[in-house]
Design a protein around this ligand. Sequence first.
Ligand code: PLP
Length: 430
Amino acid sequence: MTDGPSYGFDTLQIHAGSRPDPATGARQTPIYQTTAYVFRDSEHAAALFNLQEVGFIYSRLTNPTVAVLQERIATLEGGVGSVCCSSGHAAQIMALFPLMGPGKNVVVSTRLYGGTVTQFSQTIKRFGWSAKFVDFDDLDAVRSAIDDDTRAVFCESIANPGGYITNLPDIAKCADKAGIPLVVDNTSATPYLCRPIELGATLVVHSTTKYLTGNGTVTGGCIVDSGEFDWSASDKFLSLSQPEPAYHGLKFHETFGPLAFTFHGIAVGLRDLGMTMNPQAAHYTLLGIETLSLRMERHVENAVHVARWLEADDRVTMVTYAGLESSPYFHRVEKICPKGAGALFTFSVKGGYEACVKLVNSLEIFSHVANLGDTRSLVIHSASTTHRQLSPDQQIAAGAAPDVVRLSIGIENADDLIADLDRALTAATA
Ligand SMILES: *Cc1c(COP(=O)(O)O)cnc(C)c1O
């Protein structure tokens, strides 16, 4: 189909990037389970390797099933192109890779997915990169953290584990003024609830493992490029603006214009880092995305019901959901994610650590897992699992105090979820 801007989200989530298979007419996107592609002749092979002709060479770089998913996600986010990769964490490294270098830093929000905090505070140091963690509600702090060696600003739209919504337009202005891109992790919101590019982001990253796939089957990631950043405006982004030594001196920005970042991500990023998405994973994620809007509507509707019920319950001391009027971030929902504040939040149980452990053990519909964004409702007690290595003070700072439980609300019947929580709270606080 021709992806006219006139098509609505529900149409694009099914059709963008896909067309009947040219060889067989298959209507669903086939799983192209192949490593390599036969060249028509030597000239064709040379043109592909020179990036003069776009086509398929080897599945570490490109694959027709993965290509459909790349076009689908780019379209839903309003970007010009995207690169899929093996996980959300791979997407974050792939997004920073062309921008950073030894001695360079990224200014990041303190409110991030736990695994991202570790990746940014520890692992990227091995590349000579560093991250400066800042409270993104303090714009002066963001501005003063940016220095001559800063190459990007990074945050989540709706920050995991919920309750926090980033003021993206203001953060985008800080990045813009400094001449560096804003990278937004839109995993928890999805493009159905939030469109970071419209709010000023340059790049959007995803863990497609979560809502985009939606059923807890495969890990994957994606980097979407808005195509709007001028990589040649300064001497900060040499891999994109100057001859790239890793690709026989090709100047990506000059050659590919708004698609420079996407082409670099494939031709250098996937080629040399090898964090490739496999076609089976792309297939599951394509199936999931077809129902994204329907699922997100139900996720949000259920989250609002459950959060309101918990807030009114005596056995609960706090609910941090931005969709509740009591949330300090409620006023941002309208501007940042007008279709809802997502379906992830935490709540505190009277009785502390012991009560939380009992609650998690007593739930029947909610599964106790270290995942989120599944059709199934999920629960985790961070203090006894993902955050158990931290001191109580660090746990509190991370929003994972001993009395806090995180929920990822699924698309079951809300009444059943509430009844399950009611039973478990009784068992936990008896
Ligand atoms: C899960 C997640 C990640 C990491 O993604 P993986 O696919 O697990 O590597 C990054 N950011 C957010 C917000 C996540 O929820």
